[in-house]
Design a protein around this ligand. Structure first.
Ligand code: 48F
Length: 266
């Protein structure tokens, strides 16, 4: 079968029109999730399935965050019960580890692909190659409240050129940027009155880190939330290595927290 002819200019027009429509659509959303790692993709899936207009902004041109690196680049990661259920929901195949039956092995490529597919199928948008470089805020009774994000194409950021960024409006911004907690760090630096202090994660204690990261997942200040390793960085919790149950459960929890906060404001 022969491929149909393609006019270059049609490709150009089609992309420009589609991109303009998409960018206009995400200019104002309910929730911006920053980072398409395991916590961000899981948060986005649950938020979108709850009916929130959700966009995930990811700096790189791929989704998955730290999943793809497996454990020291060996192509497997571990998830523990009961978080295995969250991967089964998206169709991941899990192999029980024979020595500890509550631990399961997952293929990183499958996990990345299926978490992202599930988020997109639930209605979330994922924009790749976009960096969140600042926040939008307003003050209420003298206190700052986060109202959106300032974004730039990652390629522009990497170029070092001075190109003004643009802003997206959101009722909730969720920092899922991982170990660096980038959004929380810039909020701490630029809005000291918020009283945010990013302590940086501590050394490894997998089980404790997993437990605490889920427990501490939540709202950080009005309009700004944290999930995944950003929570560990914020509160100085132990790191955990290539165990992902806590990231998934944290993503699920933040969707519930955002839902209850936004509903209260209605
Ligand atoms: O690092 P990442 O996977 O964060 P996570 O969801 O999961 C952590 C685990 O992968 C692993 C672990 C498990 O125990 O320790 O490390 O907390 O994904 C974070 C994503 O955020 C993107 C970054 O490229 C990555 O894909 N990101 C970081 N800063 C920005 C950003 C930014 N300013 N704007 C947009 N994306």
């Amino acid at each position: 079968m022969r491929l149909k002819p393609v006019e270059e200019v049609d490709v150009t027009r089609a992309i420009v029109e589609a991109a303009a429509e998409r960018l206009r659509d995400i200019a104002e959303v309910d929730v911006v999730v920053v980072g398409a790692g395991p916590s961000g993709l899981t948060a986005a899936r649950y938020l979108a399935s709850k009916g929130f207009k959700t966009v995930v902004l990811e700096r790189r041109l791929t989704f998955g965050g730290g999943i793809g690196g497996g454990g020291m680049q060996l192509p497997a990661v571990v998830v523990q019960e009961p978080a295995d259920a969250l991967l089964r929901e998206v169709g991941c195949r899990l192999t029980p580890y024979h020595f500890r039956r509550h631990l399961y092995l997952v293929d990183p490529a499958e996990m990345m692909a299926k978490l992202a597919t599930a988020a997109i199928d639930a209605g979330a948008r994922i924009i790749l190659g976009m960096t969140v470089e600042d926040l939008v805020f307003r003050t209420f009774n003298g206190k700052p409240r986060v109202k959106g994000v300032v974004v730039q194409w990652s390629s522009i950021v990497l170029s070092g050129l001075h190109v003004d960024p643009m802003a997206l409006k959101a009722d909730a911004v969720v920092d899922c940027t991982g170990h660096e907690a980038e959004v929380l760090t810039l909020a701490a630096r630029k809005m000291p009155s918020l009283g945010i202090e990013v302590r940086g994660e501590s050394s490894m204690w997998a089980s404790r880190g997993e437990e605490l990261v889920v427990e501490k997942t939540g709202m950080v200040c009005p309009g700004l939330y944290a999930a995944g390793m950003a929570v560990a960085a914020l509160y100085g919790l132990p790191r955990m290595g290539p165990v992902f149950g806590g990231m998934l459960m944290s993503g699920k929890k933040i969707a519930d927290v955002v839902e209850s906060t936004l509903k209260k404001r209605l």
